[in-house]
Design a protein around this ligand. Structure first.
Ligand code: SAM
Length: 274
């Protein structure tokens, strides 16, 4: 039986576990249907053995577990103990019993065995060495297995009317990425990364969620800014006062029925292990 492993601190900018649940649930409300249809199109089906890497609180893992069914099995890993704790509760609440959740670094999965389907969503943008994680994911595939990843191109957003607060947050996050050596623009590079691994039959699609009606989903950027505030201060990207002002402006923008927000474009790419 595979075990949890101790892992070192990461450059992850957001909160984890219970604190992250509201935002991750909203994110899944916004993107979940698109992600699931991407996974089905990539070949996810009943009876498969699947691996969800950087599973967070398990929202995608639960969808995958429903597709693979009782004949299939899901392993779901995350570097954060808090996320895995919350993911286990989440699966229990949904009465899903065919997922094994493990605390693991994305690059440390060789002992988990081989899978028909290996996927990650919004993980690689947080990693300093995304290619080595992707290689570990590729190596975890059976021959003919599917590697399916979804990542944003962070600066591909729009706001109508244009919002200076959104522009500031996008710039702050890009500046944080530059300082810590991660890449929130990775979505556009995903296809090339799968090519470099010699995946075959690569397919790429994009998805851009657009939110007009005031709804909790429209508050996601305000939540992101609030969670990232400590890191932005520590890296001298913005002062607490500047962050508070931007959070307030993002909240007002979210409540205004006249505003329309196009979130970052998501790149969904899958390929096969030849
Ligand atoms: C934005 S969340 C996405 C969670 C989930 N995939 C989803 O779409 O809801 C990114 C997740 O990656 C995890 N993560 C960050 N670095 C990691 C690493 N080196 N290995 C495994 N997981 C990692 C974080 O703890 C976090 O749960």
């Amino acid at each position: 039986m595979c075990k949890d492993k101790q892992v070192k601190d990461s450059s992850y900018v957001l909160t984890e576990g219970r604190e992250a649940k509201a935002r991750l649930d909203l994110l899944h409300q916004l993107c979940g249907d698109s992600t699931l249809s991407f996974y089905r199109k990539a070949g996810l089906k009943a009876g498969m053995r699947a691996l969800d890497v950087g599973c967070g609180i398990g929202n995608t893992s639960i969808d995958i577990a429903r597709v693979v069914g009782s004949e299939g099995q899901v392993a779901a890993i995350d570097i954060s103990e808090k996320q895995i704790e919350e993911a286990r509760l989440n699966a229990e609440a949904h009465q899903i019993s065919n997922i094994s959740f493990l605390v693991r670094d994305a690059g440390d999965i060789a002992d988990l065995g081989k899978f028909d389907f290996v996927c990650s969503r919004f993980l690689l943008i947080h990693l300093k060495e995304p290619m080595s994680a992707l290689k570990a994911m590729y190596d975890a595939l059976l021959k003919g297995g599917v590697l399916a990843c979804e990542e944003p191109h962070w600066s591909d957003f729009f706001s109508t009317p244009p919002s200076e607060a959104i522009r500031s947050l996008i710039q702050w996050q890009l500046s944080y990425c530059e300082q810590v050596g991660i890449n929130f623009e990775l979505g556009k590079e995903l296809c090339g990364m799968l090519e470099a691994l010699k995946c075959c039959s690569i397919v790429e699609t994009t998805f851009q969620p657009v939110i007009r009606e005031p709804s909790p989903m429209k508050r996601m950027l305000a939540m992101f800014a609030t969670e990232a505030a400590g890191k932005y201060e520590r890296y001298r990207i913005a002062t607490r006062e500047e962050i508070n002002t931007v959070v307030q402006q993002l909240e007002s923008y979210a409540c205004d029925p006249e505003t329309c927000f196009g979130a970052s474009k998501q790149h969904q790419v899958y390929g096969l292990r030849c």
